[in-house]
Design a protein around this ligand. Structure first.
Ligand code: AMP
Ligand code: MG
Length: 363
């Protein structure tokens, strides 16, 4: 299995042509070398690296309160990890999966409710009950295997989220079928990055950026007042970018099959599952990036639109364009950008602009 980070934070002005690693202040990859040995603290800027939620994370904050804010942010990541991790036996989610019912903490209840709302809104493309399928493929244990179709058909019966009863007043959840199990991996890191923005703000930080694997979220603008520049790395693993977004106060969250997968007999099997087949989604999209002020929503939608494929994803955006923007890259390297971020996104690729009415071959 290999994991890669798609998003690179760029804090310097940069042109596409001749762009190299040295043009960026941070070039992050999901490798151990990036942890522990490059924490930076100056009077104005604090950068901390941490490994949690199976992901290498980088937190950057500016100003007098940056040190305390980043320390508190790391404590928050660890707290949320201990609630949400399916790999930790004592986590709240593991407990729910064992017992089938539980009164949830405030954080887990919020994520569960968001996940179930997304399940409805995306007609099941986002499905928080995929744990049995993830387990069958070995993604939960790293003992990878290709399940039989009949086995997947059986397990799919356990992913019917209409059978989950969630009571938002008392935060009680009941999984309606024996064997049903929850996996919030498609949404938890987006919630976490949103919470980190709250913590930065609580500590008086007005300028900060976090990257949790492929999930980036920004607070305010850079200290000089300019926008953050977030580069989307090419999913093919090369060091070039499919484009750079200039944003403030937004989450930029990417899903792609290349982020986590295994190979068998020359074919690769990735971790984003089509809930209608039980197989890794082969929707014709190579990566989906969602831009939204709401990190939780952005994370859920990145997974959902990846499952939907291009044409459903376009319709979904056209119906919900007030909630988010998106950048879609197809398997044959055609790039689609929604009109809300058209002016904030620069790319060496030809861009097809998705408007509320149609698609314009713009540049
Ligand atoms: P992401 O990288 O945000 O797209 O999330 C992928 C993760 O979400 C996987 O590793 C699974 O834990 C979980 N997942 C896989 N397929 C789905 C799906 N169709 N809906 C919701 N979560 C999923
Ligand atoms: Mg996601």
């Amino acid at each position: 299995m290999r994991k890669k980070i798609i998003l690179i934070l760029i804090f310097t002005s940069m042109l596409f042509s001749g762009c190299t690693k040295s043009d960026v202040d941070q070039f992050m990859r999901n490798e151990p070398s990036s942890v522990g040995n490059n924490n930076i603290t100056t009077s104005e800027k604090v950068v901390k690296n941490v490994f949690a939620m199976d992901t290498y994370m980088t937190l950057t904050a500016y100003g007098n309160h940056a040190e305390n804010a980043t320390k508190a942010a790391i404590a928050e990541i660890e707290r949320l990890d201990s609630l949400l991790s399916i790999g930790k036996e004592e986590s709240e989610i593991s407990c729910l999966n064992k017992t089938g019912n539980l009164i949830l903490s405030e954080d887990t209840a919020y994520i569960m409710e968001s996940a179930l709302t997304l399940y409805e809104q995306t007609d099941g493309a986002f499905n928080p009950a995929m744990y049995p399928i993830m387990e069958a493929w070995g993604f939960t244990s790293q003992n990878y295997r290709i399940p039989e179709k009949a086995e997947l058909q059986q397990l799919l019966k356990l992913t019917d989220c209409d059978k989950i009863h969630f009571h938002s007043e008392d935060k009680k959840v009941e999984l309606g079928m024996s064997g049903m199990m929850i996996d919030l991996g498609g949404i938890a890191k987006g919630y976490t990055s949103s919470k980190l923005m709250d913590i930065f703000s609580d500590y008086g930080v007005t300028s900060g950026i976090v990257s949790l694997g492929g999930n980036v979220q920004t607070l305010g603008s850079k200290p000089d007042g300019s926008s953050w520049r977030v580069a989307l790395q090419n999913p093919d693993g090369s060091n070039d970018y499919i484009g750079v977004l200039e944003i403030c106060d937004k989450a930029v969250i990417t899903s792609g099959g290349y982020e986590r997968y295994f190979e068998q007999d020359g074919k690769s099997y990735h971790h984003i599952i089509d809930p209608f087949t039980g197989y890794p989604a082969e929707s014709g999209l190579k990566s989906v990036t969602i831009v939204s002020a709401d990190g939780t929503l952005a994370d859920g939608l990145s997974t959902a639109l990846f499952v939907m494929g291009l044409s459903k994803a376009i319709s979904f955006w056209q119906e919900n364009s007030d909630m988010f923007d998106a950048i879609l890259l197809t398997d044959d390297d055609v790039l689609y950008v929604t009109e809300g971020i058209q002016k904030l996104f620069s790319s060496p690729y030809k861009q097809n602009i998705i408007t509320k009415e149609n698609i314009i071959n713009d540049k």
